[in-house]
Design a protein around this ligand. Structure first.
Ligand SMILES: [Zn+2]
Length: 77
């Protein structure tokens, strides 16, 4: 069992405290989420559950950080 499986198992055991997307959905929506975030739009309202997923998933959180840095850098010039 890798770390991600463990997280998902724990998530199931603990039950959904709030709606949360899974890694596949996170991956699909992350580009859009980051765009909205960098624009200053309400990314959490547009894509519910994604922030909750990032909080509990180190792999996606890391992806989110690097993507946000990339998008922010593209917008500075
Ligand atoms: Zn994830």
């Amino acid at each position: 069992m890798d770390r991600r499986d463990l997280q998902q198992t724990l998530g199931r055991l603990l039950g959904p405290a709030e709606a949360e997307v899974d890694c596949d959905t996170c991956f699909d929506q992350l580009d859009r989420y980051v765009e909205l975030e960098v624009e200053g739009a309400d990314a959490d309202a547009a894509i519910p559950g994604l922030r909750a997923h990032l909080a509990g998933c180190p792999a996606c959180a890391e992806e989110h950080e690097s993507l946000r840095a990339l998008v922010a850098a593209e917008r500075t010039d």
